[in-house]
Design a protein around this ligand. Structure first.
Ligand SMILES: Cc1ncc(COP(=O)(O)O)c(C=O)c1O
Length: 441
């Protein structure tokens, strides 16, 4: 798998077609984007069942941040699984989950003592965080943001507000969630411009919502994504998170930071919130934490621990093999300077996207941090009409030409390659991207 991309049969090839058909018969409907049927992968390169080779700009939706099947992660998984796979770390004890918890408490922002609750996914992190804030404050309300995505289980779904399809037919939601507009400067809900707006969209929480509609003393927590992910890779302007945090502090409201997508080095810092000066009360992560082993972790201020046996728990949390993969993932990010690489490659990516935007007017807005980037496609730069059909066409053309992409938001494409992608791999993916944008324009 050295030459990439290398497309031998336009995907889906014959073997892929057969598997896609069987999948549609036996596997329930989810969110399938492209008929790429993977067989093996290494780093940023994926081979499908028909021998096609792709450059991967998706990392399994932001999961394989240190590259697919990093040999040291594979070894750590092999070693741990030959010793002990599962022993229910919620009910019994083993050392590796303590090792990982200690490490997570050390690498997350804030110096005060913290504790870790292990989950198996991002949405389970949201659910656990909801329970933690309710348990501690016994207050009924939560503030969330329009276009936020925190997962699809029923508690998370009440805070998720990125697309109507996520919520249709599932009402009523968990009561008590109030949504306010996020700092989406490209399409400001208040038709203002940063910095002249003075962070109006943050200040309005206190100046209007708390004045007219939401009793602040009833609010348990504010849930934020430091960069909105599924909602379209929306990066809030400088100062916005700190403004929200200071409103939260003034009203004794807990701040919960969802790092499921922006965490684990994706934004060029270990956690997205480190681009601000804010230390959240609760930070939770999943996706990239264990390089593909299903795992998540909620890191909470020690004072917020339940402290009562049975108030919250699970079966698989802190699974030994997932812990081994997570410890190795963190070690690799630190030891191999992957944050530096993410920032260097992020600059290459940004420059190239900006250069393309000079030629292709359907590229309405390029935005991102580190290696968490997206382009929002528009039919017309003046009206900003969403170019949904064109975006979908680019994603399709790209996989046919050997680049794996994922959409985000209404008409954006996200670029989330591995943090250790090489410049050569990045540029070969960008060459394909440019040819697809050209043809779809
Ligand atoms: C910010 C954020 N939170 C929560 C979730 C839910 O994670 P999961 O799909 O692992 O349940 C996602 C998934 O995309 C996410 O991006």
């Amino acid at each position: 798998m050295t030459k990439a991309p290398d497309i031998r049969t336009t995907p889906p090839g014959p073997k892929a077609k057969e598997i896609v058909e069987r999948d549609s018969k036996f596997v329930a409907t989810t969110t399938k984007t492209s008929p790429i049927v993977a067989k093996r992968a290494r780093g940023s390169i994926v081979e499908d069942v028909d021998g096609n080779v792709y450059v991967d700009f998706t990392c399994g939706i932001g999961v394989t941040n240190v590259g697919h099947c990093h040999p040291e992660v594979v070894d750590a998984i092999k070693k741990q699984s030959s010793e002990l796979i599962h022993f229910a770390g919620t009910d019994f004890y083993y050392e590796i989950q303590v090792d990982l918890a200690e490490k997570l408490c050390k690498i997350t922002p804030g110096d005060s003592p913290k504790k870790v609750f292990y989950t198996n996914s991002g949405t389970e992190g949201t659910e656990a965080s909801i329970k933690i804030v309710k348990w501690n404050t016994q207050k009924p309300l939560i503030i969330g943001f329009i276009r936020a995505f925190h997962g699809r289980t029923m508690g998370s779904l009440a805070i998720t507000a990125s697309k109507p399809v996520h919520r249709a037919r599932f009402a009523p939601m968990m009561p008590g969630v109030v949504h306010i507009p996020f700092a989406y400067c490209y399409r400001c809900s208040y038709k203002m411009e940063f910095p002249d707006c003075g962070l109006h969209c943050a200040k309005i929480l206190e100046e209007l919502y708390f004045e007219a509609h939401v009793p602040p003393e009833d609010v348990a927590a504010i849930f934020i994504e430091p960069v909105q992910g599924e909602g379209g890779y929306v990066v809030p302007p400088k100062g916005w998170i700190d403004e929200i945090a200071s409103i939260a502090r003034r009203h004794e409201i807990l701040l919960v930071d969802d790092e499921v997508q922006a965490g684990f080095g994706r934004t060029g810092k270990m956690f997205g919130i480190e681009h601000s000066n804010t230390v959240p009360d609760i930070l939770y992560t999943a996706k990239g934490i264990a390089s593909g082993m299903p795992m998540g972790a909620v890191i909470l201020d020690e004072k917020l621990d339940f402290g009562v046996q049975g108030a919250h728990s699970n079966t698989f949390g802190g699974n030994l093999v997932a812990c081994a993969a997570a410890l190795k993932t963190i070690e690799l990010i630190e030891r191999e300077g992957m944050l530096d690489n993410a920032n260097r490659m992020g600059k290459v990516l940004k420059d190239r996207l900006d250069e393309m935007a000079g030629t292709y007017p359907i590229m309405g807005d390029n935005r991102g941090l580190g290696l968490m980037w997206a382009t929002e496609f528009v039919k017309d730069r003046a009206t900003k009409e969403f170019a949904v059909k064109e975006r979908n066409e680019i994603v399709k053309l790209a996989y046919e030409r050997g680049l794996i992409l994922l959409p985000a938001g209404k008409s954006a494409i996200r670029y989330i390659p591995a943090l250790n992608i090489t410049e050569e791999e990045l540029n070969s993916g960008l060459d394909v991207l440019e040819s697809c944008i050209k043809d779809a324009s």
